[in-house]
Design a binder for this molecule. Structure first.
Ligand code: ARG
Length: 471
């Protein structure tokens, strides 16, 4: 390892300790940034050319070499070169490859550039790409729920709505599916926001922290990379990791959203619930118990969400107490933010693939929907509509439930007559006694009534498409 190999060795007399060099490498974690560093390096060539710092010939040689590096990234040979080169990070590896390919011109690529502005810019490009992918996959998951919601709405499939996992009120399964889609709409919108904010200010041309004495054409670089403008302050630009953290946050949030749906699907696929039949494509067996059908993909997505919370917390933690400007700790932020995004993307993709394997068992869902006195609230509401106070209605229906429970039966028409009498009403009490009647009777916007759920699904679909387009 000599001074030339290292990008920075000139002022040293001996090589760095091999163990410390290895400890300082982020190459494995940041290889995924390679295509974005190539784009960043191309833009830097434009900035150098625009400022007259390199001539046409050198610029052309540099661009041709970068083209070649892009091809080598595509065919996998760059990764082998990078590992062989023992570079500290992907940024150094690409510089080394260009030097190997472009000869004399290659020695000019890093003019006026620091790895500090290079890392910040490359990371912003990566954030933009992965945020757009996140928006697409979150919207696709939301759209999948909308499509399934429409199917179940057409069948009128019911579901025992719960709070605390205890029987609460009957709902339509399509209503649950519309609810399951909502977090993914918000996720798609969040990803879009992340993508747009990572396209505002371009750090390239900030140098190490103070700008450059070379007349770099920062506008040309920013324009070429699709940023709105060059960054305003070099010191901030080299130490800013907000976009990377926002990306990691968006992925961890979406993974947590997926984990909540996974939890319900895992429970619903148990024989005790029997709401969901899991197809072979998303099931696994046991090496010992021949009868087993396990919902591993859903459990793994659920588990992944927890580990990503840890990775995100780690990325955020690395910024605690760091001064402005670049500090090497930021290499950790970079690696953890990338890990969160890559694994979050993988978890969302797995969730999207596993969902079609779930079949909802309609007869079972319908038959359980009203169990556990789930229409009691509607009966109390019917009393309130007739002028009984909410307090009194609650007590009267509560007593009716206790009585039915003693007799081990559901509430019935006889209970309605007794309630009307107890409340001093002179005409019969008109209240739902079935799950379907309870659902049909719902009147508020956003409720589980079929017309409302139809509207929810329609407007969700429009919003999901808009969120995808905006990212
Ligand atoms: N390897 C570092 C990273 O990936 C870049 C080094 C930046 N500059 C420095 N002066 N050490 O963040």
């Amino acid at each position: 390892m000599t001074g030339e190999d290292l990008q920075w060795g000139g002022r040293f007399n001996g090589p760095p300790d091999a163990g410390l060099l290895a400890f300082g490498s982020s190459l494995e974690e940041d290889l995924v940034l390679a295509p974005f560093d190539v784009a960043c390096s191309r833009a830097h060539v434009l900035a150098l050319r625009g400022g007259g710092i390199v001539g046409d010939e050198d610029a052309a040689a540099l661009l041709a070499s970068l083209e070649r590096v892009a091809a080598e990234i595509g065919d996998g040979s760059f990764a082998a070169f990078a590992r062989e080169s023992a570079s500290e990070d992907v940024h150094g590896a690409i510089d080394a490859r260009v030097r190997a390919l472009a000869g004399e011109a290659g020695l000019r690529l890093h003019s006026g550039r620091s790895r500090n502005d290079q890392v910040a810019t490359t990371l912003a490009l990566y954030v933009r790409d992965r945020a757009r992918r996140g928006a697409r996959i979150a919207a696709a998951i939301g759209e999948q729920w909308v499509a399934r919601g429409r199917e179940e709405l057409a069948c009128g499939t019911l579901l025992a709505g719960t709070t605390h996992w205890q029987p609460a009120q009957p709902v339509l399964l399509a209503f649950w599916m519309a609810a399951a889609a909502e977090p993914f709409l918000r996720a798609a919108q969040r990803f879009g926001h992340v993508a747009r904010s990572a396209a505002l200010r371009c750090p390239l041309g900030s140098g190490a922290l103070a700008g450059s004495t070379l007349p770099l054409d920062r506008d040309a670089a920013a324009r070429a990379l699709g940023f709105a403008a060059p960054s305003r302050n070099a010191l901030d630009a080299v130490g800013n990791r907000d976009a990377a953290l926002d990306l990691a946050h968006a992925y961890v949030r979406a993974a947590v959203d997926a984990s909540r749906a996974c939890e319900e699907l895992v429970l619903w696929a148990t024989p005790a619930f029997g709401y969901v039949r899991l197809g072979d494509a998303a099931s696994t067996g046991s090496s010992l118990m021949p009868q087993k059908r396990n919902p591993d993909p859903f459990e793994l997505v659920r588990g992944k969400a927890s580990t990503l919370v840890g990775a995100y917390a780690g990325a955020l933690g690395t910024l605690c107490g760091l001064g402005l400007s670049y500090h090497r700790d930021l290499q950790e932020t970079k690696a953890l933010a990338i890990a969160t995004a890559e694994q979050g993307l993988a978890a969302l993709a797995a969730f999207e693939r596993a969902l079609p394997a779930c079949t909802f068992v309609r007869e079972r869902l319908d038959s359980r929907a009203a169990a556990g006195y789930a229409i009691a609230t509607d009966i109390a509401d019917a009393l309130v509509a007739r002028g009984v106070t909410a307090r009194e209605a609650h007590v009267l229906v509560g007593r009716a439930v206790a009585g039915a429970e003693r007799e081990n039966r559901e509430l019935n028409a006889e209970d309605l007559r007794a309630l009307a009498a107890a409340a001093g009403l002179d005409t019969p009490l008109d209240a739902p006694l079935t799950a379907r009647a309870s659902i049909t009777a719902k009147r508020t916007a956003g409720s589980t009534s079929a017309p409302d759920v139809r509207e929810q699904l329609d407007s969700l679909l429009l919003d999901l498409r808009a969120a995808e387009d905006a990212a």
